[in-house]
Write a protein that binds this ligand. Structure first.
Ligand SMILES: [Zn+2]
Length: 204
């Protein structure tokens, strides 16, 4: 019986990013050592994820509401959209406390050899959103900020989006190159991100 439980939990945990079978097994025994209260708290958090986490149909970020708090915030500029790869990037940019636009989460970056093609990302949703926003704010007042990682995949994705969107006449900017080469946006410190946003350059 115990073996069955160990195996089942290990299989679940080893699917987590960066977790191999050995680490997964360690996590299982860690769980076995928890008090009933701690386990209840853990189970309640999982239940909360199941019941309340949704994906915002506008920006594709995780949220407890659809549309999310950022998309429904009247103080946010709906015509300024920062395109990022992951929800963690939104958290990093929000920490700067100075970005007043909205976001669009692509849910990854392009990586053709690994099968991450444009159809796998939320690009179609971005185009639909831009069409709607252009009608509301006027095409000339739209700005897309490319907030993708300074690595190969981020660069490929940025170039793909520039090629796709530039002919429409939308203003496209990208974060200034203050971000360390090859690094993930989500790990950049607040000052670096703040400067990268402030010094963003328009793509002509
Ligand atoms: Zn949203």
């Amino acid at each position: 019986m115990t073996n069955h439980l160990i195996q089942k939990l290990t299989e679940i945990l080893e699917k987590f990013p960066g977790v191999g079978p050995k680490t997964a097994e360690r996590f299982v025994f860690h769980l076995f050592r928890q008090t009933p209260n701690e386990l209840s708290e853990f189970a309640a958090s999982l239940e909360e994820i199941k019941n309340s986490i949704k994906i915002c149909s506008n920006c594709q970020n995780f949220s407890t509401a659809d549309p999310c708090e950022i998309c429904t915030d009247s103080k946010r500029a709906k015509n300024t959209i920062c395109v990022v790869a992951y929800p963690q990037d939104v958290i990093a940019l929000e920490k700067t406390g100075s970005y007043t636009g909205t976001y669009h989460v692509l849910n990854g970056t392009l990586n053709f050899p690994e099968g991450l093609t444009p159809e796998k990302l939320k690009i179609k949703e971005l185009i639909e959103r831009l069409k709607k926003e252009a009608k509301q704010s006027g095409l000339k007042n739209l700005e897309i900020i490319l907030g993708l990682n300074a690595n190969m995949e981020g660069e490929t994705t940025s170039l793909y989006l520039i090629k796709l969107l530039k002919p429409s006449g939308i203003k496209i900017t990208r974060l200034a190159r203050g971000l360390p080469q090859g690094s993930d946006l989500q790990y950049a410190d607040e000052v670096t991100l703040l400067n990268a946003l402030k010094d963003r350059k328009e793509i002509i």
